[in-house]
Design a protein around this ligand. Structure first.
Ligand SMILES: [Fe+2]
Length: 475
């Protein structure tokens, strides 16, 4: 039986973006901290359906970049679809030309000719004042940061031979972003990239893999790139012949174990590799080095059921727990010399999308902020939580019918690690609009909210691009 006072359906979170618009003023309640001057960019799904056919999985949707700019306590918002070449071709043809929503013959032709769409729907990152929309199966798509207009796909001046994952990670001490990309073929490879704050992007090398696998995220410490390669095989033949939907192409093979790969950044041709019991790491919070160990915090799943749970988004309700995706925050200890690996839960809360202070990326941190959830009277309640090194947890629970996205920490210059603000995009199914909620990073007390004029459909990841870059911390 449906619990009393269940909020209205969250369906509009999974419906096409209603209106694209350039930056326009939006209202602010509360007081935006003075140090917050910049833009929060987020990426997610702008189109869930076209030409009368819905994508069978939210990951196939066309990307949309939303942006909220804060200047002098005032705020402006903009949102635009990513106008990929694939989307433009489909609009011209007035039908789907690749993916599960395309006719079978069209889908096969697209797969065999390598014309699958780069829907650029997962993350948006800034590098050298350029803005890129990312998805793990394609190259970066450059976006104009002021108009959100799509500039086009980029291989970063010839450095990206295949794909570029949606999860670059910064190593603050090296003043560089690092990333990887998978290249499928007779031999599947992981390409490794560095994007320094100054100078060109560069491919560091490539690692061969035993199987064509799906890898969503990785993490970097001061001196190492760390991969947990779960046994998620991609069935290339199913993909090529267009069989099944997105999730049908993935196979969980736990007997193969999860491969731990540690790549020394200065010696990328000398990786350390070994396998452990199978698990899946969706997202990483951070990693650092301590006494010959690597300490890695990540979101742990026993398998890949989270991918099948999502489907096309329409099954999402506030009460059906089987449709909610949350993992567990784990900490892995890796002894590099002895090649030993242990992983243990850090907390028993339901969580995803962990983030740390950007100035701490690559080195020791004390605090992680996460999107979390609980159930009150059997109804999902969305939360932002802060967990510290000693296991202390502070939680901000949203009202019923609201759903928050990944928390994005923004810190002032020369601040304490947890001094600043946490920004999250909140969907409200009662007023059918979204807003940016700004919380104090220390105690998660609400500081301000920026009201948007419409629902921003499901987003995955985002970045804050400040007027000044993150600075080393004072402690
Ligand atoms: Fe992700």
């Amino acid at each position: 039986m449906m619990p009393q006072n269940t909020p209205p359906s969250p369906r509009s979170l999974f419906e096409n973006l209603k209106r694209e618009h350039p930056f326009e003023p939006v209202s602010v309640t509360g007081t935006i901290p003075a140090f917050l001057r910049g833009t929060l960019y987020r990426n997610g799904v702008g189109l869930f359906e076209q030409f009368g056919r819905r994508y069978t999985h939210v990951f196939e949707g066309d990307g949309a970049i939303s942006a909220v700019r804060v200047e002098g306590g005032q705020s402006l918002a903009a949102v635009r679809l990513v106008e990929s070449d694939g989307l433009k071709a489909e609009r011209e043809a007035q039908r789907h030309l690749s993916g599960s929503a395309a006719r079978w013959s069209t889908r096969i032709r697209a797969n065999f000719t390598g014309r699958s769409k780069n829907n650029a729907n997962t993350h948006v990152v800034s590098w050298q004042d350029r803005l890129f929309a990312l998805m793990e199966g394609g190259k970066p798509t450059e976006i104009n940061p002021d108009t959100l207009e799509t500039i086009g796909e980029s291989d970063l001046e010839g450095e990206i031979p295949g794909a570029f994952s949606a999860h670059p990670h910064r190593v603050e001490s090296r003043k560089a972003l690092y990333n990887f990309g998978l290249r499928y073929g007779k031999q599947t490879q992981i390409d490794l990239f560095t994007l320094p704050d100054t100078g060109p992007a560069r491919r560091l090398g490539a690692l061969p893999l035993d199987h064509p696998v799906m890898v969503h995220d990785f993490i970097a410490s001061d001196n190492h790139l760390i991969f947990f390669i779960a046994p998620v095989s991609i069935s290339i033949w199913r993909h090529m012949v267009g069989f099944g939907d997105f999730a049908d192409k993935l196979k969980w093979s736990p007997a193969l174990g999860t491969e731990v790969i540690i790549v020394p950044i200065d010696r990328p041709d000398q990786p350390i590799r070994f396998s452990v019991e199978a698990f899946f790491a969706s997202h990483f919070a951070g990693a650092y080095e301590e006494d010959g160990h690597l300490i890695v915090d990540y979101i742990h799943y026993p398998d890949i059921s989270l991918i099948t749970v999502l489907e096309d988004g329409l099954g999402m309700t506030w009460t059906d727990k089987s449709r909610h995706v949350h993992g567990a925050l784990h900490r892995a200890h890796i002894n590099i010399a002895h090649r030993t690996f242990t992983t243990t839960p850090r907390w028993d809360g339901l969580c995803e999308f962990p983030r740390i202070n950007p100035a701490r990326e690559g080195r020791k941190y004390q605090v992680i902020w996460l999107q979390t959830a609980c159930y009150i009277e059997d109804c999902l309640r969305s939360e932002i939580s802060r967990i510290d090194e000693n296991g202390g947890v502070i939680t901000y629970t949203l009202p019923p019918g609201q759903f928050c996205s990944e928390p994005v920490p923004v810190m002032p210059l020369h601040s304490r690690e947890d001094e600043g603000s946490i920004l999250t995009l909140v969907y409200d199914c009662y007023d059918q609009k979204s807003h940016i909620l700004i919380l104090d990073a220390t105690d998660l007390v609400e500081q301000a909210r920026i009201q948007l004029s419409q629902v921003i459909p499901l987003t995955f990841h985002g970045s804050w691009v400040g007027e000044t870059p993150p600075d080393p911390l004072r402690d």
